[in-house]
Design a protein around this ligand. Structure first.
Ligand code: SAH
Length: 235
């Protein structure tokens, strides 16, 4: 355990995040649970120690500075096995995180971890576009998403859930900038404005881009559309 904690703490520090001992121990427990259930439940292909530390834990922690100060009602769209939800909930216990995924089975794992580590996470098994058209429209300070869809599609899944004045924060890979340019029309149509974009290297794991979109205006009532439309005719 100590070796894992030392490596995680130093990798997180390299990304500008200071982890305390208690937080690092929670990450270790999460790592054990992920190695145990991750493959069985098809949650992640990455199960080796260094891969989990860098590609799951530290990658997810890079979003923390963008979330800080944005309000506490956070929704993670397409959280899968709980990323970025679980790392964020460990280091920011004051947030109220709603973790959404259309596959209920994956959320069982997120619930188990949240219970074991006493995290403030609520899971909702639903399609994002249905929540954004219905009961959760406009009800979050922040929407987050990692590795779910291309930016122009992702905007329509996430932005309707954000209140006016809130933020949608997209965690993208090396092609992030091109995707953001391609999504310019989607961002504007859904009421948003790109207010920040940061590109960086995640050591050993390639390029990353984090985009921050502020919701300036309400999303027009005809969005989000049904998923087949979102996908076949992206904004
Ligand atoms: N964010 C996680 C999982 C990425 S895999 C991570 O970074 O590891 C993409 C996940 O998005 C899958 O679990 C899939 O079920 C979910 N998903 C895709 N489209 C969705 C939608 N429209 N609504 C809700 N979840 C969706």
């Amino acid at each position: 355990m100590n070796d894992f904690i030392a490596r995680l703490t130093s990798a997180a520090a390299g990304a500008g995040i200071a982890l305390g001992r208690e937080e690092a121990e929670k990450f270790y427990l999460l790592y054990l649970m992920l190695s145990d259930s991750g493959k069985k439940m098809n949650l992640t292909a990455i199960c080796d120690e260094d891969g989990v530390i860098m590609r799951h834990f530290v990658d997810c922690l890079t979003v923390v500075p963008f979330v800080d100060g944005c309000g506490k009602r956070v929704v993670d769209i397409g959280c899968g096995g709980g990323f970025p939800t679980l790392p964020l909930a460990i280091v920011r216990p004051g947030l109220e995180i709603t973790a959404v995924d259309s596959t209920a089975k994956k959320l069982t794992f997120v619930d188990e971890v949240s219970k074991k580590l006493s995290l403030n996470v609520k899971t909702v098994a639903a399609r994002a576009e249905e929540l954004g058209a219905g009961r959760m429209r406009g009800s979050f300070d922040v929407a987050l998403s990692r590795a779910v869809a291309r930016m122009n599609v992702l905007c329509e899944l996430c932005m309707p859930l954000v209140r006016v004045g809130g933020n949608f924060i997209a965690m993208k890979g090396a092609e992030g900038h091109a995707e953001i340019v391609e999504a310019e029309n989607a961002i504007r149509t859904l009421g948003g404005e790109l207010v920040g974009e940061k590109s960086f290297e995640l050591p050993g794991a390639g390029g990353r881009v984090i985009a921050v979109i502020r919701k300036k205006n309400g999303t027009p009532p005809n969005y989000p559309r049904q998923y087949a439309k979102i996908k076949s005719k992206p904004l």
